[in-house]
Design a protein around this ligand. Structure first.
Ligand SMILES: [Zn+2]
Length: 417
């Protein structure tokens, strides 16, 4: 079944995509004669190709395009994406399934605390998915805790859609204003943009903090504009279910070979049923594991772990390999560190130099115990640097970005997250 869908998508791009037609010709591949085992002969599509040949990926005439969005620009500059009517309907079906996995029904009211505009695909996806599902929805948008709480009181929503860090912010606002977070109409949050669980499905430090603050069920999702598909946890909370009729997933190693099930590798995706900008064997840069054992919920098909790191963000510091989320996790364990930034740069001798930036208010006497804690967790101790609280706050919660910035990569060819 999946192979038929892949073949349909390949035939479609062979006919309609300047980029893929050219690529298939170079590889000497004709989709008609292709066997499933030959699928891996297609070379990987890279982020760089998508950025530099952006327009050559578009398969429909301009008059058909309805919605223009951009990628989050997690690795480099944002890239344009476009959707036609069929893609918007596919997006709605995708998000409806995602909400169903998180047990949202038409009896529920969902408050969306992420932006619907700002060229953000996911915000529109939530709206379309909930509309298709028939659930109630409240479009509050991002930020403004006061309006969020007013909406919670006024509309009694049962779910929040939120970036995890924002739930912490919202919880703190509640504490300061005498609102009891654990005693509201909210029973669960559908979280995007940041991982909530470790590779063994246990809540990570961020997830635990939210649970302590709110006492609600947390559903992880993983999605991106390029994939135009969401991977969502079910009630078992043991991995994000793959919507296999909408996306084909492969996990590959450094050389591009498939890894064994359960091993960590880079996620490579082929979107299915997309008309405007379909992608074939696109390397996401995200490191995940595929879980093929049956899920407790009884649904068929594989699941993906949380994103365990980003390939390009690998830091080699004093002989140790580290991914930024490990540093965030180690710091989140430390009481009183609510704000931090990880920065990597290239040293004079060309190696990675790693810094952790904390607010000036951090009690310096705690450094004597924080450093051994970091060494125990990371095997190395990054340089600790202090910034004014305001400057750090503005850098982490930069209004130009849809997610908090926890990592700055200033290495030669560095990126921001
Ligand atoms: Zn399940």
């Amino acid at each position: 079944m999946t192979w038929e869908l892949i073949q349909q998508q390949l035939k479609y791009v062979e006919t309609n995509s300047v980029f893929y037609r050219e690529k298939f010709q170079q590889l000497g591949i004709s989709v008609d004669k292709l066997l499933p085992k030959d699928f891996t002969k297609f070379s990987i599509t890279t982020k760089e190709e998508l950025a530099t040949r952006n327009k050559d990926f578009i398969c429909v005439p301009k008059s058909e395009i309805i919605d223009y969005v951009t990628t989050s620009g997690t690795l480099g500059e944002p890239v344009t994406f476009a959707l036609n009517e069929a893609d918007l309907q596919r997006l709605a079906a995708n998000e409806e399934k995602s909400f169903q996995l998180a047990e949202v029904t038409l009896e529920d009211v969902v408050q969306i605390t992420t932006t619907l505009d700002r060229r953000f695909m996911a915000g529109m996806a939530y709206f379309l998915g909930l509309r298709k599902l028939g659930a109630g929805l409240v479009r509050v948008g991002s930020g403004v805790p006061e309006l969020q709480w007013d909406s919670i009181k006024r509309f009694q929503p049962t779910y929040l859609v939120a970036v995890p860090s924002f739930l912490i912010k919202l919880g703190k606002y509640a504490k300061d204003h005498g609102i009891d977070c654990k005693n509201t109409s909210i029973k669960a949050a559908i979280c995007i943009g940041e991982s909530l669980r470790d590779e063994n499905f246990k809540l990570n430090a961020l997830g635990k903090k939210i649970e302590e603050l709110w006492g609600i069920e947390l559903f992880s999702t993983y999605a991106s504009t390029e994939m135009s598909t969401a991977f969502t946890e079910c009630e078992a909370h043991e991995g994000n279910h793959i919507l296999e009729d909408l996306i084909y997933t492969e996990i590959v190693d450094e050389q591009g070979n498939l890894v064994k099930d359960g091993e960590v590798g880079e996620l490579v995706i082929t979107t299915l049923g997309i008309e405007t900008m379909p992608l074939v064997r696109y390397a996401t840069g995200d490191l995940v594991k595929k879980i093929t054992s049956p899920c407790k919920c009884g649904r068929q098909g594989a699941r993906l772990s949380s994103v365990l790191g980003r390939k390009k963000h690998l830091i080699k510091f004093k002989g140790t390999s580290i991914y930024p989320p490990q540093i965030t996790e180690a710091l989140a364990d430390w009481p009183g560190i609510d704000l931090h930034l990880v920065k990597v740069s290239t040293s004079e001798v060309g190696t990675d130099h790693l810094e952790v930036i904390l607010p000036n208010s951090f009690p310096k006497e705690e450094l004597a115990t924080l450093k051994p804690h970091l060494r125990a967790k990371l095997r190395v101790v990054p340089e600790i640097v202090f910034w004014e609280f305001e400057k750090l706050q503005q850098t982490v919660f930069n209004p130009k970005h849809r997610k908090p910035i926890r990592f700055i990569d200033e290495r030669t060819q560095g990126d921001k997250i």
